[in-house]
Design a protein around this ligand. Structure first.
Ligand SMILES: *[C@@H]1O[C@H](CO)[C@@H](O)[C@H](O)[C@H]1NC(C)=O
Ligand SMILES: *[C@@H]1O[C@H](CO)[C@@H](O)[C@H](O)[C@H]1NC(C)=O
Ligand SMILES: *[C@@H]1O[C@H](CO)[C@@H](O)[C@H](O)[C@H]1NC(C)=O
Length: 420
């Protein structure tokens, strides 16, 4: 088909979609005036309703259609447009219940704005070391969705078959709110999305949620293993926000309740969705938001802290090497357990991947970003990391560079042993 015809076709589809959105809003509005006051319980997931941000304009045809560009016909595109909520990845990976992935690790991320690149690097770090198959749940703004597909689909086949992915619009439950728009307008949509994963991913039992600025330095299987350590009341796991009260944030500045002595950091979170769904989670978030909205600084992380302040028995706390941040080394090394084992999961918060404020963190990120899947990990990644870190050895975090290297060194050593 000629480029011109295709453009005309796309324009036509856009017009249809715009009209559809308009109609949807009109219908929604009517419906809301009927059931607007409903604040149901969340125990019965079957009638949870959702509304998406930027609805249907994001429904681009999925990756599987792309390979057949030559014969992409109108019907096919329209069908893809109709696809609801879930947009599956390439055909051979689209069976969510297939045996291979049944016992896989579910990993979720929410990407908006300029966070695409670092999200893809994070996913690369996950697939690089992991043993179990991975199921990615990617919530993204419409204009990022196709870019995610394009990038993930070109990974080498040997890695491509180890994961499947699902891409979703940002969406918010209508349940538990008095106005349908309420959640969407609470914070930036991206920030609050993860609070609602239990009610959106209703067929997922458990997942690990990470911020886009996270890197896995060891197999995701390791952190996933903490689920086995949960007792009967625990439904999530997080690392402390701080190790040292002298520089802690919550203990010095927070004007709302928070977990424990120094609060928890929400960037790397194990969530047992099954348990969250049958807990007071969703309703509590709404209540806390109403009560504390003028006092919270860090958005959803503060709400999570408030929740576990009131329900401390529901939280499993893993140590700082599972969410290793610049705070742990920027003045002096305060995450002592990481000095022994190295960091398992690195969290480049406050945009340190991209700035020169914490050069050791940037060095690690740069090595991951430049690494091509399929190239030898020792020579393609580890040696580059060492070289970049060596240049930053005088920075405070650079002084403890073994924290960044240990787990990958361990991985490559074991890999060598097993192939011998
Ligand atoms: C998905 O996999 C399951 C289990 O292997 C199988 O029963 C089901 O028929 C498959 N569905 C599709 C659409 O292929
Ligand atoms: C999550 O909790 C449910 C209900 O207690 C349990 O059956 C399931 O095994 C848990 N999932 C994980 C990954 O531990
Ligand atoms: C589970 O562990 C948490 C944290 O140690 C604790 O507060 C809670 O009481 C424990 N629950 C049970 C049932 O033992």
């Amino acid at each position: 088909m000629s480029r011109r015809r295709r453009m005309i076709f796309k324009f036509g589809v856009t017009v249809i979609v715009v009209i559809a959105i308009y109609m949807y809003y009109v219908i929604q509005k009517d419906k809301d005036s009927i059931d607007g006051q409903e604040t149901g319980t969340i125990s019965d997931d079957s009638d949870l309703k959702f509304y998406a941000v930027n609805k249907d304009e994001s429904k681009v045809p999925h990756a599987a259609d792309k390979s057949s560009t030559g014969d992409t016909n109108g019907k096919k595109d329209v069908e893809a447009m109709k696809a609801v909520q879930l947009q599956d990845s390439a055909v051979e990976h689209s069976n969510r219940t297939s045996e291979t992935f049944k016992n896989g690790i579910h990993l979720s991320v929410v990407a908006c704005g300029d966070r695409l690149e670092e999200s893809v690097v994070m996913l690369k770090s996950a697939v690089l070391f992991s043993q179990l198959p991975l199921i990615f749940h990617i919530f993204a703004e419409p204009d990022l969705q196709q870019q995610f597909r394009d990038q993930l689909d070109i990974w080498p086949a040997e890695f491509r078959k180890r994961f499947q992915y699902h891409i979703y619009d940002l969406s918010f439950p209508m349940e538990g709110t008095s106005k349908p728009d309420e959640w969407k307008t609470l914070f930036k949509p991206c920030a609050s999305q993860r609070l609602f994963m239990p009610s959106i991913l209703t067929d997922v039992d458990a997942l690990i949620y990470v911020d886009t600025d996270v890197l896995f330095l060891s197999p995701v299987d390791n952190i996933w293993g903490f689920f086995k350590s949960f007792n009967s009341t625990q439904l999530a796991a997080l690392a402390p926000e701080h190790e040292d009260a002298a520089i802690g944030w919550y203990n010095r500045f927070a004007r709302h309740p928070y977990y424990g002595a120094l609060g928890v950091n929400s960037g790397v979170m194990l969530m047992n969705l099954t348990r969250l769904r049958s807990s007071a989670w969703l309703q509590s978030m709404m209540n806390y938001y109403k009560e504390y909205k003028l006092k919270i600084t860090w958005g959803d992380q503060d709400l999570i802290n408030i929740y576990f302040h009131f329900y401390p028995d529901q939280l499993y706390v893993y140590p700082c090497e599972w969410n290793y941040r610049p705070d742990h080394c920027m003045y002096m090394s305060i995450c002592h357990s990481a000095e022994k084992t190295g960091a398992y999961v690195l969290h480049g918060c406050r945009r340190v991947w991209h700035s020169d404020k914490q050069p050791a963190f940037k060095a690690v990120y740069t090595a991951f970003k430049e690494h091509h899947l399929g190239i030898d990990i020792q020579y393609g990644l580890l040696e580059m990391m060492k070289r970049y870190l060596e240049l930053e050895k005088n920075s405070n975090c650079g002084k403890v560079k073994h924290i960044f290297l240990s787990q990958i060194e361990k991985y490559t050593t074991e890999e060598k042993k097993s192939t011998r």
